[in-house]
Design a protein around this ligand. Structure first.
Ligand SMILES: Cc1cc2nc3c(=O)[nH]c(=O)nc-3n(C[C@H](O)[C@H](O)[C@H](O)COP(=O)(O)OP(=O)(O)OC[C@H]3O[C@@H](n4cnc5c(N)ncnc54)[C@H](O)[C@@H]3O)c2cc1C
Ligand code: FES
Length: 255
């Protein structure tokens, strides 16, 4: 059940060159939420910007939810200025999260840019489920890498300033070729182009792959259709309610 509530900020701090981390006291939403789901947050009390901003659930406890965000425009600029103890309107949990009940023993978490955000809550759940975890973190350059709290980390940067030089799929292929412990599954989040390439690697190695898509969202609750994506079987899905997590095979990537 979606809950719309006024929530108190526990902290809001800059955690790297690129990212901010906000912890929100949200017991009702946290109780129901699962990794891969998201919140929409009203960033302004004046009504501008009007639309709530979607943010993935980065960390989850029984009473709180953390988000990890990059400041992009007006909404996230306002979010950055919110102080401990202040309140925000939050709606959640929204969408469908990752399916961790499929058979696998090794999870390959693959995050590009702020796509790493929803993978932390997933990482923590998989740790509890005693899965082996490989985390591939990719970005253009070293200073954009965020890997706090992840285990089994392999870094890739396009300019070679950290880890494997090249696109993140190069590190992913390397992981897929390595001696994996038992059946593996890929869980990925990042820009569409990256997800399409990850889906290609998954198909090549015959691995199940779930992708968390990011689309511009108007309402976040299935009404405005601004988040539509094409499906391989034909027709459209609404990323906000049918996703954001999909089986990579379901998505029609070239449209
Ligand atoms: C399901 C979902 C989960 C998300 N989770 C996170 C997260 O965990 N951390 C995080 O930093 N960001 C996340 N985003 C993206 C985040 O919602 C946008 O960055 C934010 O809405 C930008 O708002 P703004 O007012 O600051 O920027 P705007 O002024 O609205 O836009 C600034 C720039 O960001 C681009 N942009 C805006 N919204 C999106 C979007 N939804 N997807 C891609 N580009 C966008 C615009 O095209 C523009 O170039 C998520 C988006 C979705 C749909
Ligand atoms: S954002 Fe409105 S239908 Fe998905």
């Amino acid at each position: 059940m979606k809950i719309n509530t006024t929530a108190r900020i526990i902290y809001n701090k800059q955690v790297s060159n690129e990212y901010w981390n906000m912890k929100i006291y949200l017991p009702q939403i946290a109780k129901q939420a699962s990794p891969g789901q998201f919140l929409t947050i009203q960033t302004s009390k004046t009504g501008s910007p009007l639309l709530r901003r979607p943010m993935s659930i980065h960390k989850l406890t029984s009473t709180s939810i953390e988000i990890l965000y990059k400041v992009r425009g007006r909404g996230t600029n306002l979010l950055m200025q919110v102080k401990k103890g202040e309140e925000l309107q939050v709606l959640g949990p929204l969408g469908h999260g990752f399916d961790t009940d499929i058979p696998f023993t090794t999870a390959i978490l693959t995050g590009g840019g702020y796509g790493i955000a929803p993978l932390k809550a997933l990482h923590d759940l998989l740790k509890k489920k005693k899965k082996n975890i490989i985390t591939i973190v990719g970005a253009r350059t070293a200073k954009l890498i965020y890997k706090e709290g992840f285990t089994g980390v392999r870094v890739s940067t396009e300019d070679g300033t950290a880890g494997i030089k090249g696109l993140l799929t190069k590190a992913l292929e390397k992981a897929c070729c390595s001696n994996l412990k038992g059946p593996a599954a890929i869980f990925a989040c990042g820009p569409d182009k990256m997800l399409q390439a990850v889906a290609g690697v998954a198909a090549k190695y015959g691995l199940p792959c779930q992708v968390s898509l990011e689309k511009m969202m108007g309402c976040g609750i299935g009404v405005c259709l601004s988040c539509a994506c094409r499906l391989e079987k034909g027709g459209l899905a609404r990323v906000c309610v049918d996703g954001p997590v999909f089986d990579a095979k379901e998505i029609k990537w070239n449209n």
